[in-house]
Design a binder for this molecule. Structure first.
Ligand code: GLN
Length: 452
């Protein structure tokens, strides 16, 4: 009830929730109380969560930030949310996001932008909470839920966490089931939590992950209890610092934050090891070929026939397809679909898509090569603090540059966390990222706990 009261007061300004499921929340909380009284509480018993609106929730609209899916009520539950309910969590509502998770500022949402509860102490401008999980990050930062689910295709958990002073982790590809999660780019998409502490993030991720035969890329391996790693000494761990992550125009505050992070870990007994990940400079162009290519294939299902928006009064089948898609999709989604169809087309497939896949392999091999020298990698989460709403909207390339530190972990399938680690001169939060070996979330949580 406290969170529902907070939502009522702040959501008209923040626009973090697209739907508040108050009655359902109270019902779930009562059922949770009953389980606790019967001595059967799960590990998340009674924890009130916000759910990013790309996780299918049975009987509750799942629109993925798009007019194409506005009004779509799934008849089934995503595996990730089902796992959370199994462990006793309570759903407060569905959280705003960039349309189909395409964006870095939550401004592509058909439900309007989300506002960051943080303000710069030198300007009154409304700031973005980042994207695509902007609703999740803003809601956690503003106390509109205890924690939230989110998804990360190229940084959409870690960048919003960094912009809002919260913790966000993307697990190793294949840890979290994609069943019931609206698809963007299937070889990159992973679910994860945004939370207030590293320990909360560990508890939530442990609950969210599971082997799922309904997702063909789900890993058939046990999920460890990651909360046991938080607070464990980092003494003796080797932390890699990649020289390629020093980029042009990176603000001093971010350079300093990174150096501070190295100092803190050194003080805690870690060894700082300079490393090279030479293909880093190709990560953004590679990502912005692979992700739109997969999106153009995934979003072909929105044809106006089976579910989602259907245009009225069309003259032919082709007209129905074209008009439904023209009306249902926003500009950023259309831009991605055009790029994706182009790089997959017969004349350009080898030059763009196949080449991008080869470079993707090189980027993954860069990481493979350093794992005998280091146990984890430390970088800034983003090249800037939260920017003003409207600032980068006109220039998609400017917007894409914001993902420079996060897309590599998706291309290589590695776990990555963003931890709040300080503020800039304007008092805005900044995040540090820890990237780990495949399946080694334990070390990621261990290092993140030491940075917190
Ligand atoms: N900002 C990136 C994009 O627009 C990543 C989004 C995401 O991780 N879902 O594609």
């Amino acid at each position: 009830r406290a969170f529902l009261t907070n939502i009522e007061a702040a959501n008209p300004v923040l626009n973090a929730y697209v739907e508040v499921t108050a009655d359902k929340a109270i019902d779930m909380a009562r059922a949770s109380d009953a389980r606790l009284q019967a001595g059967q509480g799960g590990v998340l018993e009674g924890a009130p969560l916000g759910i990013k609106d790309l996780f299918c929730t049975e009987g509750v609209q799942t629109a993925a930030g798009s007019n194409m899916l506005r009004g779509f009520v799934p008849p089934y539950e995503s595996t990730v949310t089902a796992n959370l309910w199994r462990d006793g969590a309570v759903m407060l509502g569905k959280l705003n996001m960039d349309e189909f998770a395409m964006g870095s500022s939550n401004e592509t949402s058909a439900f309007g932008p989300v506002v960051n509860p943080w303000k710069s102490n030198s300007s009154n401008a409304e700031l973005t909470p980042g994207g695509s999980s902007g609703g999740s990050a803003s809601a956690v930062a503003a106390d509109l839920c205890l924690a939230a689910t989110a998804s990360d295709t190229g940084g959409s958990i870690r960048q919003p966490a960094a912009f809002t002073g919260t913790v966000g982790i993307k697990p190793t590809y294949g840890r979290a089931s994609r069943y019931g999660m609206v698809a963007f780019a299937s070889s990159l998409d992973q679910a994860g939590p945004i939370a207030r502490t590293v320990e909360d993030a560990a508890l939530l991720l442990t609950s969210m992950c599971s082997f799922d035969p309904k997702d063909s890329t789900s890993l058939d391996i046990p999920t460890p209890d990651w909360s046991a790693s938080v607070g464990r000494s980092v003494k003796g761990l080797r932390i890699g610092v990649p020289s390629e992550y020093v980029v042009d125009g990176m603000p001093d505050a971010i350079q300093k934050l990174w150096a501070d992070g190295m100092d803190w870990l050194k003080d805690a007994g870690c060894e700082i090891v300079p490393i090279s990940l030479p293909h880093t400079k190709y990560a953004l162009p590679t990502y912005y070929i692979v992700a739109p290519a997969e999106a153009s294939s995934n979003l072909a299902r929105y044809d106006g026939m089976r579910f989602g928006h259907r245009a009225e009064g069309t003259a032919s089948l082709t007209d129905l397809y074209e008009s439904s898609r023209a009306e249902g999709f926003g500009n950023e989604v259309k831009r991605r679909l055009i790029i994706g169809a182009y790089v997959l087309s017969a004349g350009f497939y080898d030059a763009y898509y196949v080449r991008a896949l080869k470079v993707r392999r090189r980027i993954a091999e860069d990481f493979d090569r350093v794992w005998d020298q280091v146990d984890a990698i430390l970088t800034p989460s983003t090249p800037s603090a939260a920017f003003a709403l409207g600032d980068k909207q006109i220039d998609p390339l400017q917007m894409y540059l914001n993902d420079i530190f996060t897309v590599t972990a998706n291309l290589a399938g590695l776990p990555g966390i963003s931890v709040p680690a300080g503020v800039d001169a304007n008092g805005l939060p900044l995040g540090l990222q820890v990237i780990g070996k495949a399946l080694d979330e334990a070390t990621v949580f261990q290092v993140a706990g030491a940075l917190e």
